[in-house]
Design a protein around this ligand. Structure first.
Ligand code: AMP
Ligand code: MG
Length: 419
């Protein structure tokens, strides 16, 4: 049995005592400190490794290129023998092609026909391009000088055998697969996929498309969070909906913990009467209500259920998405073995005006048009149409700010969150 990493400690979500509203950066630093890889390792065929997390540094088994070869079609010879001005060299019989090397030796002062990708025959270190020669009567003619090594590739000039070609924790891209293949790997040790369970809570929540009675709304968070986690490259486990009932939520969490490495819930995360997620996590003694100085987002309930970390997201879809992108996404990245990822933001001029009070960081639904960041017309955190309208978030700092049109603001496209 391969060794599995240990689970997180029960107190891993503890916050320092006496802190009321935790600034976003402090909350992120705490998470970054405490989230460690929780998934084991498996070996998969190279062809199936795209999007997976590399488990160990990938060491080149072979150099790329493995042997000096020619970068062009042309004629090869020993460069040392070539001076300035016209050159005429006798051709040896035969040729070197990719996959069909020339086995003999090319004497100094002689040349040989070579085709792109062919290993350089013994005695050849320089190639002249087809376009630069005349051939006839068993000879090749061209004009010197030619730099020694011209039009050739050196062995290992890209990657040398024994070098680390890719570092552990990397999420493998198509180009990474090309590199891994080139340096001799046909199978790759990757992290097992992080399994993420998604659960919605609330008496008012019904299945999308089902009959909705008065007072009921459709479950908008679950399809969003499930597809988001799938886009992150995780394996998703749909745990459906649970009513606002302590035992229903308890059994849903039990079932989720049995099948997943991390649980995302939405709704019921505050301290109200019907906020069963926080109440239950409190019972286990491992809950922390993270009151983060962030808008949109009410308290996040973070805890450990049967050894599995739970991110209790707010019920409002806008807050649920923002809290997932800002907190749950980097934390899940660390749990998955990919390490902590900081989304790349860009400073762009604002196409809006906004006066903001100090005390909490704000994320606005935004998109770029004509090089400027526009924000959605309403900040209401139930406005799902604004989420769908947006292509990213504008991040306004913790302190007070009075944004005028044209002022620089920080824009983080959704693609920077790896979706
Ligand atoms: P809660 O956090 O449970 O107090 O919910 C806050 C708001 O989000 C309420 O208006 C809920 O009806 C709404 N809400 C909670 N869960 C969902 C969901 N899965 N889909 C859509 N809205 C939700
Ligand atoms: Mg609720």
């Amino acid at each position: 049995m391969p060794l599995e990493p240990p689970p997180l400690r029960n107190d891993c979500f503890a916050l320092p005592a006496g802190v009321d509203w935790t600034p976003v950066d402090d909350a992120l630093a705490l998470l970054r400190d405490r989230m460690t890889t929780v998934v084991g390792v498996e070996t998969v065929p190279l062809m199936q490794a795209a999007g997976r997390v590399l488990a160990h540094d990938l060491v080149a088994k072979r150099s790329n290129p493995p042997h000096p070869n020619t970068a062009v079609d042309g004629y090869g010879f020993a460069g040392a023998a070539i001076g300035d001005g016209p050159q005429v060299l006798p051709l040896v019989d035969g040729r070197a092609a990719a996959g069909a090397p020339f086995s003999g030796m090319v004497p100094e002062g002689h040349a040989i026909r070579v085709l792109t990708g062919a290993d350089l025959p013994e005695g050849v270190d320089t190639v002249v391009l087809d376009e630069d020669v005349r051939v006839g009567d068993g000879h090749v003619a061209f004009r010197g000088p030619l730099k020694r090594g011209a039009n050739t590739r050196k062995a290992g000039e890209d990657v040398r055998q024994g070098d680390v070609a890719l570092s552990a924790g990397r999420v493998l891209t198509p180009a990474d697969l090309a590199l891994a293949a080139a340096v001799g790997h046909g199978a790759i040790a990757v992290r097992k996929r992080l399994r993420v369970a998604v659960l919605s809570t609330g008496d008012e929540i019904v299945e999308p498309g089902a009959q909705a009675a008065e007072g009921q709304i459709f479950d908008a968070n679950r399809p969003m969070l499930l597809s988001l986690c799938a886009q992150f490259g995780f394996e998703v486990v749909d745990k459906g909906r649970a009513a606002d009932d302590r035992s229903a939520v308890r059994s849903a969490l039990d079932a989720a913990a049995a099948r997943a490495d991390v649980i995302l819930t939405s709704g019921g995360a505050s301290a109200g009467d019907e906020d069963h997620i926080s109440a239950l996590l409190r019972e286990t003694g491992a809950i922390q209500e993270w009151r983060i100085a962030l808008k949109p987002g009410r308290p996040l309930a973070l805890g450990i259920w049967e050894g599995v970390p739970v991110f209790g997201l707010p019920g409002n879809p806008v807050a649920a998405l923002v809290c997932t992108l800002i907190f749950a996404r980097p934390a899940m990245g660390a749990l998955s073995g990919a390490g902590w990822h900081i989304p790349q933001g860009f400073t762009v001029p604002a196409a809006f005006e906004k006066r903001k009070k100090p005390g909490r960081r704000e994320y606005l639904r935004a998109r770029i048009r004509d090089g400027r960041a526009e924000v959605f017309k309403s900040e209401g955190s139930g406005r799902i149409s604004g989420l769908s309208w947006a292509e990213g978030l504008v991040e306004l700092p913790d302190g007070a700010i009075n944004v005028q049109a044209g002022d620089p603001v920080r824009y983080i496209p959704f693609s920077s969150f790896l979706i």
